[in-house]
Design a protein. Sequence first.
Length: 79
Amino acid sequence: MLEDVIYQAIAEHIACEFLDVSGDGRHFDAIVVSDEFQDKSRIMRHRMIYAALGDRMKEEVHALSMKLYTANEWKEING
């Protein structure tokens, strides 16, 4: 499944405290929690994910919705 490919690509490039990828085969959602996002703008965080996925973003993935948090941001959201 492409979800597994996306999951593996992100996990191999970013040290994640939490990672979830779901989708319908063309449209995907990813929640990534990593302290590597600390002091990075939203755009920089997205670029990190795009770099991890490489050419898959052009060829295999039609759309990817991303929610990208540091561990502290994640804790604030989830109590």
